[in-house]
Design a protein around this ligand. Structure first.
Ligand SMILES: [Zn+2]
Ligand SMILES: [Zn+2]
Length: 375
């Protein structure tokens, strides 16, 4: 069985063990909640717990020389910098709200400002996983294993990050998430004690260490018929990111990508290859070795083969009914020494029009055209 690791944007990621939800991290740098792997209505404690968890995996000391982890670590730190600062988080939430992004809303401050108007069901986002296949894997088909990590709402606490009864209203702001305004004209000020969420975690959930979401390893086996095309292979409904506030989960899309081959191209089920041969072989005929997706074959080249002529090697394409199409390209000899030049000149003199029927026909047509122009 062939095993392919799922990947995010980066191939270097593909071979790594699915330990840190990195694939998700790399996908959407703008979404700080997603970067940290927390629900959008997280308490400050959840944000802190999530950062600790991610930073532990991604710290440069733990992944020396790994640029992908370094990037991810930086993104985590940026996300934490914004979400742990109540005022910056409020501004960020407002941005998300104005963008109409998938994380509709969010923190206590905004819920209070809008009286919970936006706290409605939010569908989880769809995940895309790429299955990269070589030409040979396309030709053979077969079973592939996709393995990756996703962030899921914690079953123990439903995303609150606290044990039942372990979530209390913030005493500093009375659960409002914002401090009392100094005057009617001044802007609301997010409560620093609760990060503007209005709630504090007393007893963190032990299953998720207070984060509210857990990294889960997922595996999918897909069986491919030979000759599969690039593009979306499968949509698994409800297998994507979890929804919020009772919304449906997103979907999981498995997308096939085919790694370009250095020698072969593709036309449906047929594999195409160009094979250069010399003038002598093209004229006299003979045989030529041609690579296929499964070993070399010896192909007969008939005498008088012209450049561009196609030959078919049956059954050596990318699936049932697919062939290998071999396009012959006759190569003009270059870098001739004096002796070779002389031989070629003598050789050319030896030939008659019968040896160059296309050239002869072209000459006749050209003459006819010139004569008709003279009349
Ligand atoms: Zn939990
Ligand atoms: Zn507070």
């Amino acid at each position: 069985m062939l095993v392919a690791k799922a990947e995010g944007l980066n191939n270097a990621e593909a071979g790594r063990s699915p330990q840190s939800g990195l694939a998700l991290l790399l996908r959407d740098p703008a979404d700080h909640y997603r970067t940290l792997g927390v629900p959008p209505d997280s308490s400050l404690e959840q944000i802190k717990a999530a950062y600790r968890r991610r930073a532990l995996h991604l710290h440069p000391d733990k992944n020396p020389g790994d640029e992908a982890s370094e990037d991810a670590f930086k993104r985590c730190s940026d996300a934490y910098g914004v979400l742990s600062d109540p005022q910056r988080r409020m501004e960020y939430d407002l941005q998300l709200l104005l963008k109409g992004g998938p994380v509709e809303i969010v923190s206590g401050v905004l819920n209070n400002l809008t009286k919970g108007r936006f706290r409605r069901k939010v569908k989880g986002r769809s995940l895309h996983h790429t299955l990269r296949l070589t030409f040979l894997e396309v030709a053979q088909g077969g079973e592939h294993l996709l393995a990756f990590t996703v962030d899921e709402l914690c079953e123990g606490c439903g995303g609150r990050g606290a044990l039942p009864g372990g979530l209390r209203a913030c005493t500093r702001c009375g659960g409002r998430g914002e401090l009392v305004r100094e005057s009617l004209l001044s802007l609301p000020k997010a409560c620093p004690a609760c990060g503007g969420t209005g709630k504090r975690v007393q007893n963190p959930c032990r299953s998720c260490d207070g984060v509210g979401m857990q990294e889960r390893e997922r595996e999918y086996r897909v069986t491919l018929p030979p000759g599969v095309n690039a593009g979306t292979l499968k949509v698994l409904r409800g297998q994507g990111e979890p929804g919020m506030y009772g919304g449906d989960a997103g979907d999981l899309e498995i997308v096939v990508e085919i790694v370009p081959h250095p020698m072969f191209t593709r036309d449906g089920l047929h594999a195409l290859i160009e094979v250069p041969i010399g003038v002598g072989l093209a004229s006299l005929g003979g045989s030529v070795d041609v690579p296929t997706l499964e070993g070399e074959v010896q192909m007969r080249v008939p005498a008088g083969t012209q450049s561009g002529r196609r030959f078919r090697v049956p059954g050596r394409g990318l699936g049932f009914g697919g062939d290998l199409i071999v396009r012959i390209v006759v190569e003009t000899p270059v870098a001739l020494d004096r002796e070779a030049q002389g031989l070629l000149e003598r050789f050319e003199r030896k030939l008659s029009d019968a040896s160059y029927p296309q050239t002869a026909a072209y000459g006749e047509q050209r003459n006819a055209l010139a004569e008709s122009a003279d009349e």
